[in-house]
Design a protein around this ligand. Sequence first.
Ligand code: ADP
Ligand code: MG
Length: 237
Amino acid sequence: QQKNQNKKKKKNKTKTKTQSEKEITFKQMPIISQIQFSLEKQGFVKPTEIQRRSIPPFLDGKDILGNAKTGSGKTLAFMIPCAQLLHKGKFQPRNGVGCLIIAPTRELVLQIMKVAEYIMANQPQTFGHVIGGTDKSEEARKLRNGINLLVATPGRLLDHLQNTRGFVIRNLQCFVIDEADRVLENGFEEELTQIVKYLPKKRQTVLFSATQTRRIKDLAKLSFKEKPMYIGVHDDQ
Ligand code: ADP
Ligand code: MG
């Protein structure tokens, strides 16, 4: 019985700790005031679990493999650190792309752009997107003018990397793949292999997905230099 009681005690203790961690607000996190202001304006007070656990190591430059179900707030989990890293690096248009975010579909790219719009609203860094099925020369012009945070579908991005002169990617700090599982499902593995060859080796890589599959591990091998930090959010937590 004594043993049982101890077990119970231990269980309660862990629960209390998780509980207090869950009370953390964005204000208590190491996020710059420009972004705090944007979050406040959106009415976001508390980070979701994936945000609370990913943002600090992301800001520390760690490579991350993040796993949390749809609707868990993965977009802000990478958008907040990306915006902050660009601000900290004092990126200017002529520095080109500092953060590159890849997503599997045009619709997703546009959704991510909406988040970029409000998170980046109070800082001077530029943001933009390139997607299939749109005017390529207009995109090329914007790339030449300098996009600091670029959101893209894999096919069109590779096209620009291969063909757009004046597209500066050598200062890339951070490479993010969102919905990595769907990137693979949509058959973009070959494009990704090619894209990675154009990116500077010294960079941070972050991969987010809603599922955990064997192929994600393969993609991880392709994108990370060393073993990334794994952050998984599961329903029972
Ligand atoms: P995922 O990419 O994991 O599917 P999203 O990033 O699309 O999730 O976020 C899902 C929804 O939750 C969005 O409507 C978003 O605005 C909202 N959301 C994200 N983070 C927070 C937060 N910290 N507080 C309240 N709502 C949030
Ligand atoms: Mg998402």
